[in-house]
Ligand binder design. Structure first.
Ligand SMILES: [Zn+2]
Length: 492
């Protein structure tokens, strides 16, 4: 796919097989019910749950969609935002905060259903989304969209830098700030006829190897409405420095005794954070990197500038005379660029007794290259199996964390499995990608927000936030239940 968006380009209309089109039951022009001066928020997903984010913000004339994601479920098909498809004819533009599938992977479906507006995101978000969308096609096939729809989405995307206010619709501007969550993630500040909305997307206030926490937007005027994620609303997230220290201590201890460290890790974000940490502290042992992580490392390398990542990382690279945090003598990507037959190399690694670290997808131990490494090394009680990310209900990662040891691992590419008795020591480290309750409170306080809506959170966490920022004017929305705000009243 080449990258050009000139108006003169010839593009044939996407032809979509009827079987691939979700059924549109009826068209809902919900904004017709609004009065002048009213603004409405409706969640089509990620309300009192995490996953399939999709939020409509609209007044009588304009409809803006924040995110369109799919909710992934272990051993089941993903869930789309509920009923959003009926809204497609009404949507004018989309804002995508970051590439994670639960925020982005339903966007191609909207283009497949004749949505012709623009989607706004940062340039890294576009690159990472394309990688994840293509991967999703492999996992779920054309359940929600075809490759053509992915191209439509790509051609309709407009990329923005941080801190560049841009007009996205009549009398509506958008300004992105670094959200500190993953590469390219953005906080959106939307000026809607002078009514000011802040949408956090997923934010992290913790200092990570890539980011110095989220960037506080410049608030010339108070925010009228904040739409905030509340994943960690119930409590504090331990400082990352503490988790980093523990990880390096345990990894070095295992390596020095001559054994292996297995690190199942999410391809986007956490694996780069872990590798940046490992290459800083572990120079004498090989680190093998397997799965989609290698593609994400290559994308990250394109954005190693102060515009996108923290200067502390760039300073370290400059001091060490390096251009990439993934290009170290002891890092070995298991790819066809490096090995004639990557799979043979994985087998070879399986019979080696040398100490090493293996960083591989999947982060929650779904069928993936990590299953082979786990078959080879998970049965040795001297090795350690380290979890560095959230393990969702129903995943093998969660089952092992909760004590299951006899597990089914994929044995080949044809879906056959083998039962393995895991004897490696299981260790879990708290590396959260989401803000602490403190970080959310700081944003609400500094922005002077008059109204808050808490999404991307279970009820318990959302209500905890509602408790500490004040229950008045703080909403924990139900799915598809509009909340109406009076623009003129809030602005007084
Ligand atoms: Zn995310």
């Amino acid at each position: 796919m080449s990258r050009h968006r000139s108006k003169s380009r010839q593009r044939s209309k996407t032809v979509v097989k009827a079987a691939n089109r979700p059924q549109v039951e009826h068209l809902e022009f919900t904004r017709n019910r609004l009065n002048d001066g009213q603004l409405e928020f409706i969640a089509y997903g990620s309300a009192r749950e995490v996953g399939r984010s999709a939020f409509i913000v609209q007044d009588r004339d304009r409809t803006l969609l924040l995110e369109a994601g799919l909710k992934l479920r272990p051993d089941d098909v993903s869930l789309p935002p509920e009923g959003l498809i009926n809204h497609t004819p009404e949507i004018d533009s989309i804002i995508l905060s970051h590439a994670h599938v639960d925020h982005s992977a339903y966007i191609p479906t909207l283009y497949q259903n004749d949505f012709e507006g623009k989607t706004y995101m940062t340039e890294p978000t576009l690159d990472v989304s394309l990688m994840l969308w293509k991967d999703h096609l492999k996992i779920e096939g054309e359940r929600y969209w075809t490759e053509d729809a992915l191209e439509e989405a790509y051609y309709h995307t407009e990329t923005l830098k941080y801190k560049k206010r841009t007009r996205i619709m009549d009398d509506i501007t958008l300004e992105f700030y670094n959200a500190g969550h993953i590469l390219g993630s953005a906080i959106s500040v939307i000026d809607w006829d002078g009514y000011r909305i802040l949408y956090t997307g997923d934010i992290n206030d913790n200092v990570t190897p890539l980011f110095n926490g989220y960037h506080m937007p410049e608030f010339e005027e108070p925010i009228d409405l904040i739409i905030s994620e509340g994943t960690n609303g119930c409590g504090e997230v331990p400082k990352r420095t503490q988790a980093n220290r523990q990880y390096i201590f345990e990894a070095l201890d295992t390596l020095n005794r001559g054994h292996k460290v297995l690190a199942p890790t999410f391809a986007v974000g956490r694996s780069q954070e872990l590798l940046i940490l490992l290459t800083e502290h572990i120079k004498d042992y090989p680190i093998f990197v397997d799965g989609m992580i290698n593609k994400m490392n290559a994308i990250t390398e394109r954005y190693l500038t102060p515009d996108w990542v923290d200067t502390a990382l760039l300073d370290r690279l400059r001091k060490e005379g390096r251009s990439s945090p993934f290009d170290y003598e002891n890092i070995f990507p298991i790819t066809s660029d490096n090995y004639d037959r990557p799979h043979d190399f994985r087998r070879h690694l399986g019979s080696s007794n040398e100490p090493a670290i293996i960083v591989s997808t999947s982060g929650m131990l779904m069928p993936s290259p990590m299953h082979l490494h786990l078959r080879n090394h998970g049965t040795d009680p001297n090795n350690i199996l380290t979890f560095v990310g959230y393990q969702a209900e129903g995943t093998l990662g969660r089952e092992i964390l909760e004590g299951k040891r006899k597990v089914e691992l994929s044995a080949d590419f044809r879906g056959n499995t083998v039962t393995v008795d895991i004897k490696a020591k299981i260790m879990s480290f708290r590396f959260s990608g989401h803000s602490s309750a403190d970080g959310i409170q700081r944003l609400v306080t500094e922005s002077g927000a008059k109204n808050s809506v808490i999404i991307h959170s279970d009820v318990q966490n959302a209500e905890a936030i509602q408790g500490f920022i004040g229950p008045e004017n703080t909403y924990v929305p139900e799915l598809r239940t509009p909340i109406t705000f009076e623009k003129s009243k809030d602005q007084e």
